[in-house]
Design a protein around this ligand. Structure first.
Ligand code: ADP
Length: 327
């Protein structure tokens, strides 16, 4: 353990994700367990610049493990993009006696943490918190499991109407650059087709696939579309299918922000608890500039810079499974 580590700051930054509270709780409880002081920084990097810092004790994080969102609040902070903003943040950390920072967020938040660490030698550890599951160096990010379960249960409900009325439903789910939410929830909810940005297969592919399932006797279909898929967008796809395949009556549902909220699943709470403890352990070991993640169900460290710059490949085995089971 580094004897200089006495006081940890923790913040949540970027898009909120269910399980962030469980991660804060684990950071606080693990730090206290080792006799370290912990301070909560409100509203992401904005809180470092001018927010009211909160000393955290064990009771401060009671009864939050079951809550979605983040009780520290999250924000996007434009000043932090500029070196002067980061200098101000580093000066505040020093003035408050905070030796190290735990940043819970996505790749944008990690990019800010890398800059702060490089320019001002601040010790930082990242915890991946985003529903998109698009961070290199971890099999799963905090919030992903909750999001896919939310989407799956929404699709199950929509399927009742699809089958009762012989309809084709296009369901847009989150994922501007990554198709993981679409792929997992689409497989889990038994969708007939899944369109993701990593493939962007286009309208012709979709039409052929729907024609095939029509010939096979299917009278209703669910097509899950990640928002970043470039096949044309849900409304345009629905219109094009109705024009080309007159047998289909198409409907569109955009799930939107309901995917970000809700009580975290047990899997997310356990993941967040493991990563929160691992973040404090990592700082106590004297290691900085890394993200804690889970690989093959074991804690794994990845350089923060690599975690920001690289993108996890979409899993080819999952795509194959989705193709086989949807026919
Ligand atoms: P996420 O962490 O979910 O990817 P953002 O991309 O919005 O979310 O990033 C969250 C915050 O991290 C930004 O508002 C900003 O304060 C900080 N940040 C993001 N990118 C950078 C960058 N290139 N340099 C410095 N700070 C950054």
């Amino acid at each position: 353990m580094t004897s200089s580590l006495k006081h940890i700051g923790v913040l949540t930054s970027g898009g909120d994700a269910p399980g962030m509270n469980a991660a804060i709780r684990a950071v606080v409880r693990c730090a206290l367990h080792h006799g370290l002081k912990v301070t909560g920084i409100p509203e992401g990097y904005s809180g470092l610049l001018g927010g009211e810092l909160k000393p955290l004790n064990s009771l401060s994080v009671s009864n939050i493990i079951n809550l979605g969102g983040t009780f520290l609040k999250s924000a996007r902070c434009m000043e932090f993009y500029k070196p002067e903003g980061r200098t101000q943040a580093a000066e505040r950390l020093e003035a408050e006696g905070i030796d190290a920072l735990v940043v819970i967020g996505g790749d944008g938040s990690f990019t800010g943490a890398v800059a702060l660490s490089r320019e001002h030698k601040v010790s930082v550890v990242g915890i991946p918190g985003t529903i998109d599951n698009d961070i290199y160096g971890t099999d799963f990010t905090i919030g992903f499991d909750t999001a896919i379960n939310t989407v799956q249960s929404a699709i199950d409900k929509i399927r009742d109407t699809a089958t009762s009325h012989n309809r084709l439903f296009f369901i847009e789910v989150m994922g501007r650059d990554a198709g993981y939410i679409a792929l997992y929830s689409g497989i889990g909810a038994g969708s007939e087709e899944i369109l993701i940005p990593e493939q962007s297969r286009g309208l012709d592919y979709l039409l052929q696939s729907l024609e095939r399932s029509g010939r096979a006797g299917k009278t209703s279909s669910i097509v899950v579309v990640a928002e970043g898929d470039k096949s044309g967008g849900v409304y345009e796809l629905a219109k094009a299918v109705e024009e080309t395949l007159p047998g289909y009556s198409s409907k569109v549902t955009v799930l939107g922000h309901l995917q970000r909220g809700g009580s975290p699943t047990c899997t997310d709470r356990v993941l967040a608890s493991r990563l929160g403890v691992a973040a404090v352990d990592t700082l106590r070991d004297g290691t900085s500039g890394v993200m804690v993640g889970l690989r093959n169900n074991r804690i794994s460290l990845t350089g923060l810079e690599k975690a920001c710059k690289e993108r996890p490949d979409i899993d080819a085995e999952l795509i194959r499974v989705s193709e086989i089971v949807s026919t």
